[in-house]
Structure formats: C-alpha cells, structure tokens
Design a protein around this ligand. Structure first.
Ligand code: ZN
Length: 274
C-alpha cells in the first residue's frame, strides 16, 4: 500500500542542491515536509552553530547529517585525518540536533578491498567513543558495487552488518539506501537480520533509472526507475523500522528545474509510489 501522508517524509538538502539552507527550510516547510537531512556542504559557509539556530527556529526535525567517512588511505596520517573529519562531523551533528552521521566508508583504487574494509572497521571503531560521548549514531551506508573502486568498499547489507557486529556498539548501525541495495537477492533477509540486531538507523529513497546517464548524478525520482519501493519499505517495516523516509536524489536534470516544482513532484511520487 502506498503511503498516504508525509509525517515521516524527510528531504536531503542535496536533493534540492541549488537551494541554501534557508531556502530548504522555507521550501520544505511550505510544502508540508517535517524533516530534513543536512548535507555538510549546505552549512559549510555559515557553520554548524548558525545552522543549528536556523533549524531549531524552523521547527523542522533533523534526521541525519551527511556525510563523513572515506577511511581507507595508504598513509597513517591520512587515515588519522579521515578519523578527525568524522569526529568533526559528529560534533557538527550534535550542534544541529542530528541524531546520526551517515558514513560513506571509502575505497582506494588499487588497494585490495579486504584491506580497505579492515581500515574502515578500524576507522569507525576509532570514532565510536566520540559518537557515544556526543550521543550521535554512526550509520554505515553500503554503496552499490558500482562504487567499490573509489567510494566504498562496503557494498552489501551483509558486509555492513558484519562490520557493525565486529565493532559491536549500539551507536553503530546501517543506513539502507534503495539505490544501493535494491538488486541484492538477500536484501529481505538482510533487512530482517539488521532489524533484529537493532541496526536499522536510516532509510533513503530514490529510484534506479534503467537508462542511467551518469554514475553519480542521475538518480531517479521515485517512479522514474525500476525499484519496487513499497516492497522494500514493507521489508523495513516488518523488520521494525519506524524511522524517517529520507528522499535523497542526486540529479543534474532535476537540479536544473524549478526546485519548488521538483519538491511538489517528490511529495506526489512519495505519497503515490512508496
Ligand atoms: Zn543514501
């Protein structure tokens, strides 16, 4: 059954990339959206303190801060730098009232994936005490294998769950993005297993365009592609997930449109097709 209301709808600020934070807050509010996930680039110029003030004044809920990670690196100093950035993101999340930081874990062309995964595990483990101290959760987002060479060596729900188990902290879980996971023949079982372990932190929505024109910036609006969204949402709910439905669309073609019209289309697609 498609969703009839927007009470759990959240929009990633990257989805309306041409908008400033102020425009996002005003635009989302006008459209009846109650939550947003803040991308760090949206608040870079003003800083987290000012962003937190604006968000609190708007009354909108912050569902997450995106993103940090990129832990694998050849030099120890670079790995330390990535850990430092993740800790900074955690403090920024605390400042804007975001309950979690989404982690794009990283990968390095030429580095064996097993080595990259070990460095990712060590990097997240090094950030865990900071996350716990700030009461900000870390959500590992498995990325589609398309990105295994250079963006994330964590490519399946199973890998993400194993990583969470190895780290073993209630502050470390998973953000499930339909774009990255829809193809996985064990997705239903993995969502169930992650739910049973208390690891389902976030849920990201968009669609997979069959005639994808760009590996990064051509995600579809829900209904423009081939993902069975109600089915995956049903698996999430059956696994106990009761959090926000975050719409995250990178799209050169949608960014080129009037963002108010795009937002109206997002809401229509969400209520009809998710
Ligand atoms: Zn995502």
């Amino acid at each position: 059954m498609p969703i009839a209301d927007c009470t759990r709808l959240s929009i990633h600020t990257i989805t309306t990339k041409p908008w400033s934070l102020e425009q996002c807050l005003a635009g989302y509010q006008r459209a009846g959206v109650r939550g947003l996930t803040v991308w760090r680039q949206t608040i870079e110029a003003m800083g987290a303190k000012r962003a937190g003030q604006l968000i609190r004044a708007s009354g909108l809920a912050v569902t997450a801060l995106c993103r940090s990670g990129f832990f694998p690196a050849r030099a120890a100093a670079e790995r330390e730098q990535a850990i430092g950035d993740a800790k900074l993101a955690i403090s920024q999340a605390a400042e804007i009232g975001a309950p979690m930081v989404v982690l794009v874990c990283g990968a390095l062309p030429g580095m064996p994936l097993a080595q990259a995964r070990a460095q990712i595990r060590d990097g997240i483990a090094a950030c865990e005490p900071c996350a716990r101290a700030h009461r900000v959760r870390l959500a590992i987002e498995p990325l589609h294998p398309l990105y295994a060479a250079d963006r994330s060596a964590v490519n399946t729900m199973r890998q993400a769950r194993r990583l969470c188990e190895e780290i073993g902290s209630p502050w470390v879980g998973i953000a499930v993005d339909v774009y990255h996971t829809w193809w996985d023949d064990s997705l239903e079982q993995e969502i169930a297993a992650a739910g049973a372990a208390g690891l389902l932190f976030g849920f990201h929505l968009c669609d997979w365009r069959v005639d994808t024109r760009h590996p990064l910036n051509d995600r579809g609006l829900m209904g423009e592609g081939c993902i069975d969204l109600p089915q995956i949402r049903g698996w999430m709910e059956a696994a106990g997930f009761a959090g926000w439905h975050e719409v995250e669309i990178f799209s050169d073609s949608h960014w080129a449109r009037d963002q108010h019209a795009f937002l109206a289309d997002i809401i229509a697609a969400y209520t009809a097709r998710c």
